[in-house]
Design a protein around this ligand. Structure first.
Ligand SMILES: [Zn+2]
Length: 224
């Protein structure tokens, strides 16, 4: 079986998390989220974690070299058949560093999966979310409204509110940052023939089918 060494890209609200979750199940690939990875190392007090904590405690960014060492360690522990990397790289320099590090371990990326959606769709999806104040049950004003009483939780009757993160203005700002940071990466991977784009505005099942078909084709091509 050929390796599936994948990077996930995409704006918030396009379904990257959902698709990542499914790929993890489909192919048994470990999901490597760098935020999570940093927290784990810090918590476990590993040597890498202590080094990273030194930077974080001073409000500094953890250097690329350190993050890449964590990623490589994770890949060699759990990623024999491949991996799903989310949240890294965030810049072209990081992408170069990652490619080099993988190569020195005799590996390379299979593909970069971009789950895309236009800004208005993202804003509509995220700004319509509501959460009950009592237990955090989730609703959507348009796609999944409460059934018994408008503005109140079906399960515990508590009030539904919009989280600050889900306010349209906050989402717009996040999207702006996302585009600014991700556009160069998208171009970078596109130029290297690694980018595969998916329409995150379609039904999650449909997107999933499309991703699976693409990965199957990639594997066939690798065997030729
Ligand atoms: Zn509730």
């Amino acid at each position: 079986m050929s390796e599936l060494n994948l990077i996930l890209l995409g704006p918030p609200g396009a379904g990257k998390g959902t698709q990542g979750e499914r790929l993890k199940d489909d192919f048994g690939l470990p999901y490597i989220g760098t935020g999570e990875l940093l927290r784990k190392h810090k918590q476990d007090g590993t040597e890498l974690g202590r080094e990273a904590a030194g930077y974080m405690d001073q409000g500094e960014l953890v250097p690329d070299e350190l993050v890449i060492r964590m990623i490589l360690e994770e890949i060699s522990d759990r990623g024999g058949d491949g991996f799903l990397l989310d949240g890294y790289p965030r810049s072209v320099a990081q992408a170069d560093a990652l490619a080099e590090a993988l190569e020195s371990n005799g590996r390379r990326l299979t593909a970069v999966l971009l789950i895309d959606a236009d800004d208005e769709t993202v804003i509509q999806r995220l700004s319509g979310r509501r959460q009950c104040v009592k237990s955090g049950h989730l609703y959507h004003v348009e796609f999944d409204p409460p059934k018994s009483k408008d503005g109140y939780c079906d399960i515990d009757g508590s009030r539904l509110v919009q989280r600050d993160d889900d306010k349209a203005e906050t989402i717009r700002q996040r999207l702006e940052t996302y585009h600014e940071k991700t556009k160069p990466l998208i171009d970078y991977y596109d130029q290297r023939g690694l980018l595969r784009q998916f329409d995150g505005m379609r039904e999650p099942n449909e997107v999933h089918d499309h991703v699976r078909a693409t990965l199957a084709t990639l594997r066939l091509e690798e065997r030729l």
